[in-house]
Ligand binder design. Structure first.
Ligand code: FEO
Length: 386
């Protein structure tokens, strides 16, 4: 998004399919980069993924050429390479430029990139930089996404450049409807921010005194109504869960699927919302978004060679990494002759401080609905006191 106060020189990446080789990107993504042109100095806020560096450079040249200016500062809010990876190219093309970053970020940049230490100037929390009629304030906002992250506030124009914070993976910067924005922002929150929920809350609190008229993240669209996305972030990071059960499942010959279908019916008829995800087909971004406010996760898997199906192991690892604020977790599944799957799964979810239900393991196909109904009843009883 471009307005009178900032010049977007970032790039879109509509064909990128995965982020971190893990997160599906149904709409691709964007790497936003902004030029701030003061009366005396020019700053570039964040760069782009290194594979798009040439395009960034062309965008900068096309905008800066009009003003006869060069880049003096590269404001680096975050060291991850999708934002820092083109810094070496900018440093090379603007030999007078300096990187401005947090103290932790400096060490990370030196680890991750081939850059000379004397090109980096660190700033403290709340330090300001005067560009001439444009003043940047650097606000440490750690753990959104890495420990070194900061946000940059353009005081005169009341714009917060938040990097990953409030971002969304989409290459459409012209998203028209609020629901579109929220859908992509929610997926992004679940995948990137949910593991750091307490840090998100602290940073929201820290920013609450700022007079913000626009939030411009480094992925996805800007927000001209910042209260809306801030309210969503407040809700998502609250840790408040709802009367919902999420069931990621794997099925090979249909037995486990029959179990979870019966379980779903038993739960729904008792007023519980259920979301099912077939892990051999699902987009894990959709799964992650449903985990934000779920009371319970039931992971369903058949046995393979005496243990959990590898896709169930993958799901357990994913849950353990995303750290949803669920209160209950349980394993159900179908086995043939032996099963260690509950023990295996429980070892993989050690980061989740949820109560673990006794497993529901059924030999072969489910012939007696009563066992599943009882399992559902246990969940319902526990939901009443969550
Ligand atoms: Fe968009 Fe944590 O990088």
């Amino acid at each position: 998004m471009e307005n009178k106060n900032n010049l977007q020189v970032g790039v879109t990446d509509p064909d990128r399919e995965l982020f971190d080789e893990l997160i599906p990107l149904p709409e691709g993504t964007s790497y936003n980069s902004y030029l701030i042109i003061g009366e005396n100095k020019t700053a570039l806020i964040d760069t782009v993924d290194p594979k798009n560096g040439k395009e960034l450079l062309e965008n900068i040249e096309s905008k800066l050429g009009k003003f006869g200016r060069k880049i003096d500062y590269i404001i680096t809010n975050h060291a991850e390479q999708d934002h820092s990876g083109s810094i070496p190219l900018i440093l090379e093309n603007y030999p007078q430029s300096k990187i401005i970053c947090s103290t932790k970020c400096k060490d990370m940049l030196l680890d991750l990139l081939e850059i000379n230490e004397d090109r980096i100037k660190t700033v403290e929390d709340n330090e300001e930089l005067d560009l001439g009629n444009k003043t940047l304030r650097f606000i440490y906002t750690p753990w959104v996404h890495w420990p070194e992250t900061m946000s940059t506030y353009l005081i005169e124009d009341k714009i917060l450049f938040s990097c990953d914070f409030f971002g969304s993976h989409t290459s459409r910067n012209d998203i028209a409807s609020t629901s579109d924005v929220v859908l992509q922002a929610k997926r992004y929150y679940a995948q990137i921010m949910m593991p750091f929920g307490p840090a998100v809350k602290k940073n929201l609190n820290k920013l609450s005194d700022l007079d913000i008229e626009q939030i411009s993240p480094s992925h996805g669209p800007s927000y001209n109504d910042p209260k809306n996305i801030i309210n969503y972030y407040t809700q998502w990071s609250s840790g408040v869960t709802t009367n919902k059960v999420v069931i990621p499942y794997v099925t090979m010959h249909g037995s486990t699927e029959k179990i979870v279908n019966i379980l779903k019916e038993e739960l729904i008829t008792r007023g519980i919302k259920v979301k099912m995800f077939n892990m051999s087909k699902t987009d894990i971004g959709d799964l992650a978004a449903e985990l934000i406010d779920a009371n319970t996760v039931i992971l369903a898997t058949p046995t393979v060679l005496g243990g959990a199906h590898p896709l169930a192991g993958y799901t357990a690892f994913l849950l353990n990494a995303l750290r949803p604020k669920i209160k209950l977790i349980g394993v159900v599944g179908s086995y043939g002759w032996a099963s260690m799957l509950n023990e295996q799964i429980c070892k993989m979810i050690c980061n989740i401080p949820a109560e673990i239900l006794n497993p529901l393991l059924i030999k072969g196909i489910p012939k007696d609905r009563k066992l599943i109904a009882e399992f559902a009843e246990t969940i319902i009883d526990k939901h009443k006191v969550i």
